[in-house]
Design a binder for this molecule. Structure first.
Ligand code: NDP
Length: 322
């Protein structure tokens, strides 16, 4: 089968289309014939070496497809089942053996493409808005990169929970997309000072929570957008990893809370994974949650997809097709 491997971390050219045997499912695994693959920033971190793994590194964390075979100890899944998964590395491929505990069955109403577009970023938006800082009516949130793949989903879920959403993005076109997704106000952080604007829009009070996937270039200033005892949720590094911070700064800026969460720790138990995935897929199936696919590429063009995602020109999800 064809699969993308990285023999030496580096630039996009490190993504190599290899011919390797179809994997055999282990006793607790299911072999999935992949129909659509989600592209995520984490794939870039493994390719570049920011995140470490044994060589050669299989790339990709998210896909949807059909179960072909199951290991001896697997219950609840059978060949022919339509499934999706996230956070199982090796999805840039035609087939993947995935722990059955990570699989979720797809409702008939959800096409493979929508599932591959929604699982990872959707469950991320879900845990951020429902668990890390459970938004409620009357809360105001600042969402960076609000027109990005994860950003558009956070905006929609924050609105479902009744919060007011102030978003940031780099261009007017992207701002229109975030507004269409439900954002109440947008700040063009490449032109406007987002601290000044957030303070102005909240009458000087500051926002209750910042969801920051941008990282290095937004972190410091985001702390200054919060109300006393507000929460800074730094969950990504699109502009680079956040540098070291002094706990004392959190006190000086208003007894702030700081967390650096990751999806893995919010789906540790099967029950929690199913809660998030079934909410997301259910909402996608009913049309309550809109997933915007920016572009779909052949698997062999994975490098171009990663270049485009890192190049800041995309809004919404990028997919690969095996
Ligand atoms: P996006 O679709 O949001 O793309 C990244 C966006 O970040 C860009 O479109 C751009 O939006 C903005 N950005 C700002 N500065 C830069 C820069 N210097 N280089 C590139 N982009 C920049 O990507 P994803 O939704 O896939 O992921 C966003 C982040 O969220 C990633 O860091 C990812 O690792 C993280 N993430 C974390 C998870 C977790 O559980 N912790 C799970 C999922 C994602 P604009 O043009 O509007 O500025």
């Amino acid at each position: 089968m064809k699969a993308i491997l990285v023999y030496e971390p580096g630039g996009p050219e490190a993504l190599t289309l290899a011919d390797i045997p179809v994997p055999q499912p282990g006793p607790k695994e299911a072999l999935v014939k992949i129909a659509a693959i989600g592209v995520n920033f984490i794939d870039i971190y493994f390719r570049s070496g920011l995140y470490k793994a044994d060589l050669p590194i299989s790339i990709g964390q998210e896909a949807a497809g059909t179960v072909e075979a199951v290991g001896a100890e697997v219950t609840g899944f059978a060949p022919g089942d339509r499934v999706a998964y996230a956070m199982a590395r090796g999805s840039y491929a035609e087939y993947q053996s995935v722990p059955a505990a990570m699989l979720v069955k797809l409702p008939d109403t959800v096409p493979f493409e929508s599932a591959a577009a929604a699982m990872l970023q959707g469950m991320t938006a879900h845990y951020l808005t429902h668990s890390t800082f459970p938004l409620k009516e009357g809360d105001t949130t600042l969402v960076h990169a609000a027109a990005g793949g994860t950003g558009l989903l956070i905006v929609q879920m924050a609105k479902m929970r009744g919060a007011r959403v102030i978003g940031t993005t780099s261009t007017e076109d992207k701002a229109q997309l975030a507004l269409a997704a439900g954002a109440d106000e947008m700040i063009l952080y490449t032109k406007q000072d987002f601290e000044t604007e957030s303070r102005r829009l909240t009458g000087g009070r500051g926002v209750d929570v910042v969801y920051d996937s941008v990282g290095a270039s937004t972190f410091e200033k985001s702390l200054d957008c919060l109300r006393p005892r507000g929460m800074m949720v730094t969950f990504g590094n699109a502009s680079g990893a956040v540098p070291a911070t002094q706990p004392l700064a959190l006190s000086q800026k208003g007894s702030l809370f700081l967390t650096r969460p990751t999806l893995m720790h919010y789906t540790l138990e099967r029950k929690e994974l199913l809660w998030r995935a079934n909410d997301v897929l259910g909402w996608v199936g009913s049309g309550k949650l809109k997933v915007r696919v920016h572009q779909t590429y052949p698997l062999a063009e994975a490098a171009q997809a990663q270049i485009d995602l890192a190049g800041r020109g995309t809004s919404g999800k990028l997919l690969l097709k095996p």
